[in-house]
Every structure is written in C-alpha cells, then in structure tokens.
Design a protein around this ligand. Structure first.
Ligand code: ATP
Length: 434
C-alpha cells in the first residue's frame, strides 16, 4: 500500500482533509470529514465500552486542558518533556535526533553533517488572561494522564470503590512535535485515550502484564487488526520515559515499518509522589489491616484515536483484481468501525423506486448507520461504497415494486442475495451482530 494513495482516498471521500485547506493547509494538521468523524466516534465508543463501561472498577473523567502550571512543574514535563533536536548543516532541515537512521538526513540524504543535539521542550505555551507576562504562563496539556493524578483524592472520596481502580479519559492533547507528519500518525494536536490504573505496589507487575494482554487482544478481537500486523515490544532501560519503571509498546506495521500504536507504562508511584510533594496533599491509600498509608502504583495504557484510525485504514485498504481485468479499491473495515453500515441505492431515479428506497432507508436508519444515494450509475455507486468500507449495499430495482424484495450486495465477496424487505432488519442484525 502506498501512503499517498490512502491519503488521496481519505481526501477524495471525506475521511480527512488538510486543515485550513483553502489557505494551503497548516503544518501537518488535519480536519476530519463526515466519514472520519464517524469512524473516530466508533473507535472512542469501542474503547470506552471495553475499558470503562464493561468493568466494575474503571471510572471516567473529563479534566481541563489548561490547568494550573504547577501540574506540569511537578509532573516533570517543564524540565523533562523534551525531544533531542538536530539541524542538518546542508539543507537546514530540523529533525528529531532519535528518528535519524544511519546518520543520514531524511530531507537531503547528506551524511553525518548535523549540529550537536539540543533538547527541545514539546509543551505548547499560552497566557491566561489579558497580560502576557511570566506570571500568566500556562500550558496546553501534552497528555491527559495528569488530569487523573491530580484528581486521585477526589475519586478516592467519591467512587465508593477501593483499590485497584482505574480512571479513564478521552480528550485532546497537544505537543509541539519537531517533525509531525506521515498523515495522521504524528500531529501537534491529537486525541488520546488513557487510563490510569491504581493498584498496590506488590500487584503492579502482574497488572502490567494483565493490561498488556487486554489491550493487545482488543486490537485483534474488536478492531479485527490482523495478528501479523501487531507486536508487543518491551522498552530497553535507556528508552524509558522519566516517569516509567517499565513500558511495553503495542506496535503496528505501518507503511514505513513498525511504529508505536499504544504504550502500556508502569509509572510506579512517580506521579502521585511528585504531586504529593509539591501540593502538600497526601495522595495515598490506607491499608486497613496494617493501619498504614502507602502510595499506589500506576499502570497506564495510552493510545491516540487518530493513530488507531490510521492503523485501521492501513489494514483495511486493499486493491483487488477483478475477473474482467479491472481493479477495485476497497476498505475492508470491520462493521463496528464502518462509517456506513448499509447503503440504500435505487436502481434508477424513477419516482416510485425513489420513494420505496427512502422508506427502506428510514426504517433501517432506526438500527444502523445508513446512507441513501441516488446519483450516478449503480456501478459507480458500488465503487464509492467499496472505497468507504460500507459492508452492504441494498439495491432497489423495478422487480422490488412487485415482489417486495431487494438485492443485497456484500462488499468483500461481491455476492448478491435477494431478500424480502420485511426481513431486512433481522438479516442485518445477524450479519452486523448489532
Ligand atoms: P513518540 O516517542 O513517538 O513521540 P511517545 O512514546 O512520546 O511517542 P506517548 O507519550 O506514549 O507517546 O503517547 C501515548 C500514545 O499517544 C502514543 O502511543 C500514540 O498513539 C499517541 N500519540 C502520542 N503522540 C502523538 C502525536 N504527536 N500524534 C498522534 N498521536 C500521538
């Protein structure tokens, strides 16, 4: 698969557009179109179902994006959230030093001609209130996680649940990345889904293993990502972030090679201890048996919604050779992610076909995501639905007016079945498992 082909499909069909498109775009930022918006919503819903709704001990939160700067001081982000930056002395390009392969400039291919590494802080700065001075500096959050740590006591006091428990959040994060790009893989504004799982220190290694497996299996079982496109990689000690005792990445085989999809970090007691120290509040838990307090340890699965969408698009994209020598492009999306479950297509624009088709579409819309389309030839409409990953098309033809049946076309096999209109809802409930 060529990345350019996927990006062009995404723009052509309404999945994602370069942001500020009419002004020539803006620095690798993207706006999601009507299909991308729906797909992201499906990803968020599936994650929330799996991580929060279906568990008795994980609780949701929506924390602020702009917080007291003391949060970032204590978390270590102001001093440590940096990437190593180098300039190429030949083309003046700026790159992340740890992304340079074989000491060669990714822009102009010159070898070993870089400035010394210097650390570049990724926090986005802003000012709160009308005066732009140091006293009013604040930061856009670079991760959602700190919202969970600073609310630990509030949750301990309100959820009516003892350790272990998790606090989960979906929301935007911002990082002034040195080199954003590769479509929606790395952007400066992105959406994260993170969960902080608080547990007793002696159980933390076991829970790290547990969450690694849970998260890995979710990609295979729920998102239907093929096993061979995923792997788990444990970080070496010198790769670990400043807060982490151990981290494992779930990696995906992106068009340019293996890359991080999700990180599952063992954060130890780093965050709660740091915030206890700075705030003077005791972020700990009482052990009833020994009547002593201890600081819980934390396991954190953290992933980007945009990055999951990208991985799903990469796994679903296919170009298939047809028997007549033609090819068709399709997205073999799992139906849980497909922005449209069923397309209802009248064969012609004759009034009575249109009205029957619209009635069928509005009935199906009560249960499924449905698109109605009467433009262009039926062949072109099938192609369009293939390209946006719609698993089923319902074609309403002249016979439908007499036999009250329609033709169902399956995206993957292109097999066609004739089904009574009255049986459509049951049929699709079975097929789509909804
Ligand atoms: P990298 O080293 O690639 O910059 P990271 O290890 O700092 O990434 P984490 O802090 O572990 O990333 O972030 C958790 C998850 O959030 C990542 O696995 C990824 O899915 C997502 N993510 C992080 N940064 C970005 C970004 N700039 N754009 C899109 N998604 C991101």
């Amino acid at each position: 698969m060529k990345l350019d082909d996927l990006v062009s499909l995404a723009k052509r069909r309404g999945i994602a557009f370069p942001s500020s498109d009419i002004y020539g775009g803006f620095q690798s930022t993207w706006d999601y179109g009507y299909l991308g918006t729906e797909m992201k919503r499906n990803i968020r819903d599936l994650w929330w179902q799996n991580v929060v709704q279906q568990r008795e001990n994980v609780f949701g939160i929506e924390a602020a994006i702009i917080t007291n700067p003391a949060v970032w001081e204590s978390s270590g982000h102001i001093s440590n959230f940096t990437d190593p930056l180098v300039d190429c002395l030949d083309c003046n390009g700026r790159f992340r030093a740890d992304h340079i392969v074989d000491d060669t400039c990714p822009e102009c291919d010159s070898k070993s001609n870089f400035t010394e590494e210097r650390n570049f802080n990724l926090l986005f700065k802003t000012f709160v209130g009308p005066v732009e001075d140091n006293a009013n500096v604040a930061y856009l959050r670079p991760e959602t996680a700190q919202g969970m740590f600073v609310n630990f006591l509030n949750y301990q006091n309100t959820i009516r649940h003892k350790l272990p428990f998790g606090i989960a959040q979906i929301g935007k994060s911002f990082r002034n990345e040195i080199t954003p790009g590769q479509f929606i893989f790395r952007t400066r504004e992105f959406e994260q889904m993170e969960m902080e799982f608080f547990c007793r220190p002696e159980e933390s290694v076991e829970f790290h293993e547990y969450w690694k497996n849970e998260r890995y299996n979710w990609y295979i079982e729920t998102l239907k990502i093929p096993k061979e496109k995923l792997r788990i990689r444990d970080h070496e000690k010198d790769e670990l972030a400043h807060y982490s005792d151990a981290t494992s990445d779930i990696e995906f085989d992106f068009p340019w090679g293996w890359g991080e999809l999700e990180g599952i970090a063992h954060r130890g007691d780093f965050d709660l201890s740091a915030h206890s120290k700075s705030s003077g509040k005791k972020l700990n838990t009482l052990d009833v048996e020994s009547n002593t307090h201890f600081v819980p340890h934390v396991i954190e699965p953290a992933v980007g919604v945009d990055r999951i969408l990208f991985a799903i698009l990469c796994s679903a994209y296919d170009i298939e050779e047809l028997a007549d020598g033609e090819t068709r492009t399709l997205l073999r999306l799992p139906s849980a992610i497909s922005p449209v479950h069923i397309a209802v297509l009248p064969l012609s624009k004759k009034t009575n076909l249109i009205s029957l088709s619209k009635t069928i579409a509005s009935e199906l819309r009560k249960f499924f995501r449905v698109e109605y389309d009467e433009t262009q030839s039926i062949g072109k409409r099938y192609r369009r639905q293939d390209e946006i990953g719609t698993p089923y098309c319902v074609t309403v033809d002249f016979d439908s007016l007499d036999d009250n049946a329609v033709t169902i076309r399956d995206r993957d096999s292109m097999k066609q079945d004739r089904i009574q209109v009255s049986e459509l809802v049951t049929y699709f409930k079975n097929q789509l498992r909804i």
